[in-house]
Design a protein around this ligand. Structure first.
Ligand code: AMP
Length: 295
């Protein structure tokens, strides 16, 4: 009997033009499939593939977009250095169950003369928004464009970018887009570091140091779960954990309501502990949902 070999799934086709993506989606709809969508900037890791796997579970036609969106990067940020690994991404998407990759050419997303933007409201202002002023406008604009091309029934996002998910949920409601937003759990490395395409830029020493953000979140979680209510004290302890790890810059450390993103002055019920730091040139974000004691 011939030995059984595990066959690699066929890599999904790559559409680079809006029309190609629209036709593939229309064909899937005609065949009775619903459409699930996973927008990404590529350099896929297990955090991304967990979204594709979740999308594939419902039997939908799964579209994965790969596009490094320039309008969500600030002028001093890492747009040019952002990793671009389309061949590997295609294989990873195939294994996770993608049916189509949409990797649009730049002029498909921003045609000549482009000038329209989707401007989010106050949910985009605290936390990351305070340090990346136009970031969420860029995110909303590109996601709205992608939604208009793919017309998904469901779109999958990661809790890793918790503020992004909150802002996009609001956008979908405010702009009457008939799209269900699913937010999937944050995927971590074995030692706890949140997976990120940017982790690849860390040196070995920085990679070790990067764990300080996760440790700071764990410190906060433990103190909150023990019933501590002094937010200032908890954030000071988080700050110490980060500063003791070596040279790092803290953008913010916050304990907020996970839906409104307003500071949790007296934690009761579900709160989100979140932070962003910079180690060398690399900006890292992470967060944790914590169930605190209700009054
Ligand atoms: P990005 O390519 O960084 O724009 O991310 C694309 C999607 O993958 C977003 O919805 C992210 O929140 C999600 N994502 C990125 N990293 C993770 C992770 N570690 N765990 C879960 N989802 C993630």
């Amino acid at each position: 009997m011939a030995a059984m070999t595990k066959e690699e799934p066929t890599a999904p086709p790559v559409a680079t033009r809006e029309g190609e993506a629209r036709s593939a989606v229309a064909e899937a709809r005609k065949a009775g499939r619903s459409i699930a969508f996973v927008p990404t900037m590529g350099a896929l890791h297990a955090g991304h593939t967990s979204l594709i796997e979740a999308a594939d579970k419902g039997g939908a036609f799964v579209v994965v977009s790969i596009y490094v969106n320039p309008t969500q990067f600030g002028p001093m940020e890492d747009f040019n250095e952002y990793p671009r690994t389309l061949d590997a991404d295609r294989e990873a998407s195939a294994r996770a169950g993608a049916d189509l990759i949409f990797a649009p050419a730049h002029d498909e997303m921003y045609p000549p003369g482009d000038q329209t933007r989707v401007r989010p409201g106050p949910l985009s202002e605290p936390m990351c928004g305070a340090f990346r002023p136009d970031h969420f406008e860029g995110v909303c604009t590109v996601v709205a464009k992608l939604f208009n091309i793919v017309h998904p029934d469901v779109a999958y996002f990661g809790q890793k970018d918790a503020q992004q998910a909150v802002v996009l949920r609001r956008m979908v409601r405010d702009l009457c887009m008939p799209i269900q937003i699913e937010v999937c759990p944050l995927v971590r490395e074995e030692d706890g570091l949140a997976m990120s395409s940017r982790n690849a830029k860390l040196t070995a020493a920085q990679r070790k140091q990067a764990l300080c953000l996760y440790k700071a979140l764990c410190t906060a979680r433990d103190r909150l779960m023990a019933g501590e209510q002094t937010i200032g004290g908890i954030i000071a302890a988080m700050r110490d954990t980060i500063m003791e790890s070596g040279p790092a810059e803290i953008d913010y450390l916050s304990i907020v309501d996970p839906e409104t993103l307003e500071p949790a002055r007296k934690p009761a019920g579900l709160v989100m502990v979140a932070g962003a730091i910079r180690i060398g040139e690399t900006r890292l974000i992470d967060n944790m949902l914590v169930e605190t004691i209700r009054d």
